[in-house]
Design a protein around this ligand. Structure first.
Ligand code: ATP
Length: 354
């Protein structure tokens, strides 16, 4: 079990900064996601926590002890790689028992431990099979078995399901989450897949260009994005961004956009200048009355809902509405937005205005 605190962590590779001044906190027992596009510094962050890469500056605390400059062997953290890093010439049992044998654990104890892990993972039947002929899922279970067998303080997983096909990936992600819930060990998991992060994580850090854009529970990140990057990266289709220029006072509960008032959550700070009105597709309402209008360009049927693309004074926007509503391409409809769900952004910095 481990609580992990990251404080102003930075990593330079020569003149390139891969991770810039990152801070976040991982509670004991959490399933914690590092999310962001390719190259944003997720893997580098994970490797620094595990001790496979030393930080240029900043601190890493594991259970209150600063370990940033300590070698991996002194951190008691297990790393699960994307490509199942198994020993191909050994059978499943030997692959799983390897870390214990190399620690010098007595034989009987190793046997009991491997049996327990095999039971947790449901792989008792394949213990004597060579890993070479196993399916992708079974190999992944063996790789997990090798990681969990030594009861480490925490697990680091770098896109562990990245090599699996979509259907099997979903099955394994449920299995992995259930395994975590049974064992309760702190797990840090790298992914570039926002859906996977939302489904599996207790908390998510969203990174971009080496910077932590936001850190919080999946629903907070979805409902209250801190930046336009986060709002755009999380959710599909992405949040609509309507650009406008205007003024909002402290305490305002509406903004004027194209000479029409739109409700917003109460603003604490005033702002004057270029803004972006952010609204998720499921919070766009199609009606008959109202002066803010959109022309229907397309409708994509998705079963219970449909995604309607509309042309408006602010460019194209998307609405997710029930598929029972009949929409016709070319029709013009009135649009309004659920005020409680709107996020305003400062257009220049991309930061949310609250
Ligand atoms: P991906 O999902 O593509 O692995 P990532 O978010 O995990 O992306 P990192 O692997 O952490 O990103 O890499 C962040 C940046 O640092 C990238 O631009 C990468 O090229 C660079 N980088 C990583 N390791 C090194 C290294 N050893 N030397 C130089 N540059 C590196």
């Amino acid at each position: 079990m481990a609580e992990i605190v990251i404080n102003n962590l930075r990593k330079d590779f020569g003149s390139f900064t891969a991770v810039k001044s990152s801070s976040f906190r991982i509670e004991d027992g959490e399933f914690f996601m590092l999310l962001g596009p390719s190259g944003c510094g997720k893997t580098t962050t994970l490797r620094m926590i595990a001790g496979l890469e030393l930080p240029t500056s900043g601190e890493i605390y594991i259970d209150g002890e600063e370990v940033g400059q300590k070698p991996a062997s002194e951190r008691d953290i297990a790393f699960v790689f994307q490509m199942f890093a198994l020993y191909p010439h050994m059978n499943v049992r030997r692959n799983i028992s390897y870390p214990l044998v190399s620690q010098g654990m007595p034989k009987a104890q190793v046997k009991a431990k491997v049996a327990e892990v095999a039971r947790i993972l449901g792989i008792e039947e394949i213990l004597n099979r060579p890993v070479g002929g196993l399916s992708g899922g079974d190999r992944q279970r063996v790789a997990l078995g090798r990681a969990i067998v030594r009861d480490p303080k925490a697990f680091m997983m770098d896109e562990p399901l990245g090599a699996l096909d979509a259907e099997f990936r979903e099955h394994m992600s449920e299995e992995l989450r259930a395994l975590h819930d049974r064992m309760g060990a702190t797990t840090v998991y790298v992914t570039h897949d926002q859906l996977e992060a939302m489904q599996m994580g207790d908390k998510i850090v969203v990174m971009n260009h080496g910077v932590v854009e936001q850190f919080g529970a999946p629903q907070d990140i979805y409902d209250k994005p801190a930046t336009m990057f986060v709002a755009d990266f999380i959710g599909s289709p992405a949040m609509n961004f309507l650009k406008f220029r205007g003024t909002v006072e402290a305490g305002a509960t509406s903004v004027q956009m194209h000479r029409q008032g739109f409700g917003i959550p109460e603003m604490r700070e005033p702002f004057d200048g270029d803004m972006v009105f952010g609204v998720r597709p499921e919070h766009v309402r199609l009606g008959d009355e109202g002066s803010y209008r959109g022309r229907i360009l397309a409708a994509e049927y998705l079963g219970t809902t449909q995604i309607v693309t509309l042309d408006t004074a602010n460019g194209q926007i998307k609405a997710r509405i029930g598929s029972d509503r009949v929409v016709r391409t070319g029709d013009t409809v009135a649009l309004d937005f659920d005020p409680a769900t709107v996020t305003l952004f400062d257009s220049a910095s991309g930061r949310a205005l609250r």
